[in-house]
Design a protein around this ligand. Structure first.
Ligand code: 5GP
Length: 193
């Protein structure tokens, strides 16, 4: 039997569908009891449909900086001017309970988590079916997002794709059902037996 939690870090460009895929695993009857998703702190504004504590802990910049100073943040990044960070206490608690953890974080976060937990981390990069799918996916998800921010997310996405090789797995999300099946296979391979 597995005697500790495994950390799955799922990264990929904005609009690649990484959060939807992770939610798919967390909804699976056979898997959901063994997995939890880390909910990050962020200073960006809440989007329509997002919930405090479920999607993110939406906090002010002052609070984020205070948490950083108090060492309550395990790893963090600045993305398009906003802070994002992983709550340390939550992660420690889940690992002690032998829960397997999902992180949906950026490339810098993936590198840092792998450095902090080298033996227990599996990194997965989600590629969109094609880069031309991304503008629509980003727009659909954050309709209130300014055109300028969408442009920046797309330009970052192109750079992020170049880093895919450094991940343990690369998964193409052309067809959600197929991609979810593959993600479940990866997760099972690392947590069964
Ligand atoms: P979004 O604004 O689309 O929700 O997130 C922007 C980027 O920040 C995404 O790549 C997302 O995965 C990443 N991100 C979210 N939370 C964290 C975190 O706690 N740490 C790091 N390093 N990246 C994060």
């Amino acid at each position: 039997m597995q005697n500790r939690g495994i950390i799955f870090v799922v990264s990929g460009p904005s609009g690649s569908g990484k959060t939807t895929l992770v939610q798919g695993v967390l909804k699976d009857k056979g898997l959901k009891n063994r997995f939890v998703r880390s909910v990050s702190f962020t200073t960006r504004l809440k989007r329509t449909g997002e919930k405090q504590g479920r999607d993110y802990f939406f906090i002010s910049r002052t609070e984020f900086e205070a948490n950083l100073k108090a060492k309550k943040i395990l790893e963090w990044t600045k993305y398009l001017g906003y802070y994002y960070g992983t709550p340390k206490e939550f992660v420690d608690k889940q690992l002690k309970r032998f829960k397997n953890l999902f992180f949906c974080i950026d490339l810098k976060g993936a590198r840092n988590i792998k450095r902090i937990y080298p033996g227990d981390t599996v990194t997965i990069f989600i590629r969109p079916g094609s880069l031309s799918d991304l503008p629509l996916r980003i727009r659909r998800r954050c309709q209130a997002t300014k055109a300028e921010e969408i442009k920046k997310r797309l330009s970052l996405a192109k750079k992020e794709m170049l880093a895919a090789k450094a991940f343990d797995y690369q998964l193409v999300n052309k067809n959600l059902k197929e991609a979810l099946k593959e993600l479940k296979e990866i997760v099972l391979a690392h947590t069964s037996g």
